[in-house]
Every structure is written in structure tokens, then in C-alpha cells.
Design a protein around this ligand. Sequence first.
Ligand code: NAD
Length: 422
Amino acid sequence: MLNVASAVEPSAPTIWETALAQFDSAADRLKLDDNLRAMLRAPKRELIVNFPVKMDNGKVRVFTGYRVQHSIARGPAKGGIRYAPDVDLNEVRALAMWMTWKTALIGLPYGGAKGGVVCDPKALSPAELERLTRRYATEISIIIGPDKDIPAPDMGTGPREMGWIMDTISQHTGYAVPAVVTGKPLAIGGSEGRVEATARGVVVIAAAAARRRNLDLRGATVAIQGFGNVGGGAAKLMSHFGAKVVAVSDVNGGAYDPAGLDYDRLRRYHQVTGTVAGFAERITNAELLELPVDILVPAATQHQITADNAPRVQAKLIVEGANGPVTPEADAILDAKGVLVVPDILANAGGVTVSYFEWVQDLQGYFWDEAEVNSRLERLMTRAFDATVALANRERVNLRLAAYMLAVSRVAETVAARGLYP
Ligand code: NAD
């Protein structure tokens, strides 16, 4: 049957198109050489794997997984693994490209990668998830390794999955290989501070950006979309630093109290019910994004703020905890409204920064305490924020374009210096 609506309306951009559009804006502004532009646009390697997993009922199900290495010019590829029912190659491509810019912006000696498995982790038992993770790790083992490509957690995965990957690769090798993956449990070479690192980075950057808006994070009102590793951690640390978190949400909906939400009670409610929805006045995710708050932290998933709802966003400052939550069209609208948007490749880079520290500690076999990890994290993130703001002021561009210009020019410089093989 002909779908009339889709025949006349332009379809929404995919996040790969968003990633390319963001790269092209920076490349245009930098007047990047055409050859370099073509090289940086194309992902270096894309691996698609279809693999069987025995389910608890004895049947075999074939799953599809991806690992995309966008760039390995500056060092080993680095990026998380996403378990989601709708993940596809274009999404993984976009996320891999963003990792290349993120690592370059922070100044880490890495390229960018991402992985994904098409599955609903909530619908699988722990035993099924373990078999799926070990088989996926085996399938992508031909391209990952401490010197080649180092996975980490993303949506739907966490320390438990990273532990299974570390063990699988170590079983293949015959000895412990902790540096093959980051975001591991502490007992097998994880780093202090890694679990909260992305959220800590979000809060460090939010505080720095708030100062530019003459806002004090202490007492500022905050709405956070997503209550997973990034959103839940941001709610905790924002509350800890004295901000007033008035709204949170997850995939089931949100909770809003203009007087502020008590984090400890919220966490207990979430532990018992598995959701934040209903903890206070029930709101939808769409409503959360339009609340009258000082700071909005989209920390769930991509393309949440679009040309449709951007005109109604009331926040003064948006700090992108998620990857790609704001579309390029929405960016232009927010810019015109004077909303300061701190881009994902800067705001959520705390996770990959502490992943880098974890890898360094694993390779050295020498581990740091949490205070050292946190202070190094703050130093690298603040350095990147200051450099981004300085370039934005000099070039009269927004923070996203400035961050991209810094990152793209660093990767382009490396690629140019290495020359073209053969
Ligand atoms: P997570 O799986 O721990 O949590 C995701 C949260 O978002 C959950 O609360 C879930 O209910 C909610 N959610 C999912 N889909 C939603 C939807 N359509 N609407 C509303 N809520 C929804 O994932 P995470 O690790 O916190 O990742 C969140 C985002 O942050 C992703 O974009 C991810 O790529 C990005 N990110 C994560 C890290 C990290 O270290 N974990 C680092 C950088 C960026």
C-alpha cells in the first residue's frame, strides 16, 4: 500500500546523515583539502557478523552485530558497544565517526570505532546475554585488541558485558588481556571512577558552560532525559554539586517536581520499580525537553531535539550527555534563540577519557586512586572546553562547530603527515 505521508514528506535524516552534515560544516569552514575530506568522510573498516546463539529454550537464534572503525590514524580505534533492537550499520557508522572527533578533541592517542548488536537486552536472560556477548566478542576478535581497537560500554551494555569480553579474548590468547576492553569491573583491571566518568564529565562541562551564561550550577534547575549510566549518574552528581534536578525520565516516561527531586529517594524508587516514571508528577519525554529549566541534559538517545520541538525548548543551556540528541536543523533554531549547546563530542567525552586512563593503567600494570582519576579527567575536559570556547570566540561560531573544527583539523593533520600509502 502506498504510504502517502512518506511519499510527500521528506523523511527524517538518519544519524549518519547528521554526522556527515556536521563534519561537512567543519570541513567547509576549515577549507579542508578535497582529498583529505574524502578520506575522513569514509569509515576505514566495517565488519558485519551474523552469529548463532543457543537460547535457554534450546533453540538457536541468529543475531546480527557490527563493528565499525571510522579512523585508526591517531592510534587504536576506540568506542562502545550498543545492544538495541533497532541498531543498524548507519547508526554504528555515525557513532564511530563521532568517536574519532571526540578522542581527537580531548587529545587522546586514539581513533574512533563503535559496535552494536541487534537485540533487546531486556528480553534476554543473563545466560543468553553471556553467550551472545562471548560469541560476538569472538566474531569481532579478528579486528579488536589492545593495539588495534578497544571496545567499551554504550547503551544496553556495562561492566558485566565488558568482563565477559575481557575473559573471552583472554581465553583465546591464553593469558589475561585486560587492555582489550575498558569499562570493566575493578577486579579485572577496571579503573576507579570509570562508572561515573561520563556523568562526571557532563557535570564538569555543565558547570564551566553555566559560568559563561552567568549561571551558578549550585541552585540551577536541571532536567535530565535518560536514567541510565549517563543520565542517572548526572542526576546523582548534579544533586551532589548543589544543582536542583527538577525532572528526570527514562524510556517509560518522566517525573517532574519544580521544587526538586530527592536523588536518594529517586534512586531507591528506580531500584524497586525499574523506572523513574511516576516518582513525582508524571510527564512524557517530550514534555521534559520543553520544561522551563536553566539546564537541559538529553542523556538517552539520538535525535530528541528536532526542528519540531526546538522552538519550544526553554532551557538556557543544553549539555549533550547522549550522542547526537540535537539535529542540525534544531541546532540552527537553538542558536537563533540564544540557547548555548555544548556538543556531545565535548560534553560526554568523560567516559572515553577515563577509558583511556583505564587502558593506560592496564598496560602499565599500575593503578591510580579515584581522586587522581577524577582530577586528571577534570584537567583534560577543562582543557578541551577552554580550547573550544577560545576558537568559538575567535571564529564567531557556535561551540559545536568550534569543537568539530578543532577535532577535524587534528585528525586531518595526522592523516596529512602520515601521507598516502602506497
Ligand atoms: P543506558 O542504557 O545506561 O541508559 C539509557 C537510558 O535512556 C535509560 O534510562 C533508558 O530507559 C533511556 N532511554 C532509551 N531510549 C529512550 C527513549 N527513546 N526515550 C527516552 N529515554 C530513553 O545508556 P547510557 O550508557 O547511559 O547511554 C545514553 C547515551 O549516552 C547514549 O546516546 C550513549 O551513546 C551516550 N554515551 C554513553 C557513554 C557511556 O559511557 N555509557 C559515553 C558517552 C556517551
